[in-house]
Design a protein around this ligand. Structure first.
Ligand code: FEO
Length: 174
């Protein structure tokens, strides 16, 4: 049986994934406003993905006969200094999520909850992929430069990365 401590921690993770979904939604809107369609598409897909991450825990809790709680979501920022700073924030947030997943794995081990530990392996892998993806994007931005004349090229690159990620998802690889 899953412990109260584990349920509480998983419900907190639901909040973190839910916040990521809204943060990326807000970023999508900002990108649209700035005329960066490729980046907007990317952030919309990421936002959907985070919602899926949230729901996966939600359903898991129900499956183990625990109470999944719909989270209170803090309003995310609406304005971003630049596309580079926006992606830096995404990367930082993903690192925070990874640290939180690692804590959950540690807790599941301490609680002898190997069912939850097994369930969390999917997130461990997912975080490795997400961090790698954000690093790739930041490297590209550094390479292209993020002055006004570079934005068009950045947007095109992100559009390509997004198409690839969507393709991988459709193939069940993401
Ligand atoms: Fe669900 Fe990107 O962390």
């Amino acid at each position: 049986m899953i412990s109260k401590k584990m349920v509480k921690a998983l419900n907190e993770q639901i909040g973190l994934e839910g916040y990521a979904s809204y943060l990326y939604l807000s970023m999508a809107s900002w990108c649209d406003k700035e005329g960066m369609e490729g980046c907007a598409q990317f952030m919309h897909r990421q936002s959907e993905e985070e919602r899926m991450h949230m729901l996966k825990i939600f359903h898991y809790l129900s499956e183990v006969d625990a109470h999944a709680l719909a989270p209170a979501i803090k309003q995310p920022p609406h304005e971003f200094e630049s596309v580079r700073s926006m992606f830096e924030q995404v990367y930082k947030h993903e690192q925070k999520v990874t640290a939180s997943i690692n804590k959950l794995v540690k807790l599941s081990y301490e609680e002898n909850d190997f069912t939850t530990m097994e369930f969390l392996q999917w997130y461990v892998e997912e975080q490795r992929e997400e961090e790698a993806l954000m690093r790739t994007i930041l490297d590209k931005i550094k390479l292209i430069g993020d002055g006004p004349s570079s934005l068009y090229y950045i947007d095109q690159e992100i559009e390509k990365i997004n198409a690839k990620a969507a393709e991988a998802e459709a193939g069940g690889e993401a």
